[in-house]
Design a protein around this ligand. Sequence first.
Ligand SMILES: N=C(N)NCCCC(=O)O
Ligand SMILES: [Zn+2]
Ligand SMILES: [Zn+2]
Length: 325
Amino acid sequence: MTDNPPRVVSGTNVGPVDASVLPRFAGPATFARLPRIDEVSDVDVAVVGVPFDTGVSYRPGARFGPTHVRESSRLLRPYNPALDVEPFGRQQVVDAGDIVANPFSLDEAITGIDRGARSLLERAGRLLTIGGDHTIALPLLRAMAHKHGPVAVVHFDAHLDTWDTYFGAAYTHGTPFRRASEEGLIDQSGCLHVGIRGPLYSSADLTDDVELGFQIVHAREMEDLGTRGVAERIRARVGDRPVYVSVDIDVLDPAFAPGTGTPESGGLLSRELLAILRSFATLNLVGADIVEVAPAYDHAEITGIAASHAAYELLSAMALRHPAK
Ligand SMILES: N=C(N)NCCCC(=O)O
Ligand SMILES: [Zn+2]
Ligand SMILES: [Zn+2]
């Protein structure tokens, strides 16, 4: 039974293991119990892990994020009523396993992640990456820009991640978007952060950030704007540019995502994040990541489940832009 489990199939697309035959808690944990990449021939979206946390400034442990999000995704069902779409039925989604990243060399890890992502993009139209600390967004953006040219970026995070260096190091989880901007990987007229909050090093952090091409929707604006207002701000900034979405799970309040490395009080509700991601069905999504899940600080899969649902909404939004097969 587990060698060849019964699956939910829709046209030519092979979906999750059928939970009415094989219980959700049984069998190996691929993302949403989807097929592995070697089990299908055509791939629209590859979900891929990057178990890496050598770039963190505070609590380590995001190297265990991919495994934890997969384990926390067993309960995802095939139909998304909020968007009236079957994200695994309308497009072929697979679990592509993990990209190996050298835990002892940041430089080698960054090169390896870029190479791994580029080779996956030869097979899959889009990638949804599960990290890993936020350092990995830089090589992922290199791979995206290689395929699409400079991309707009919608970055959900408590932190700007446009700082320059830490202890003299240029490649860390606090610096990927400054490097990406310097390297010309992002379209500076189409980028914004959502959920920024907490103390900064100085006011220059904010002026630098503007020069690097970012606008900000602060967490403190959430209540007044509402999710619809935030979605409108994002759509107005991004337009129909190719857009990459990077979700640092610490954008959520620590109540909703305790399992992360640099938590800040006063964050988004998971309900707010999911609503904003759902609105991306009208954007030209080329790829996404969900990073900074550190399971050692999680409880009862709270953070893992939030991350798996964020991934599900992103896959649903991608499905709606995908021509039905
Ligand atoms: N990317 C994340 N999660 N955090 C960056 C925090 C950088 C700092 O320690 O100031
Ligand atoms: Zn963060
Ligand atoms: Zn971050």
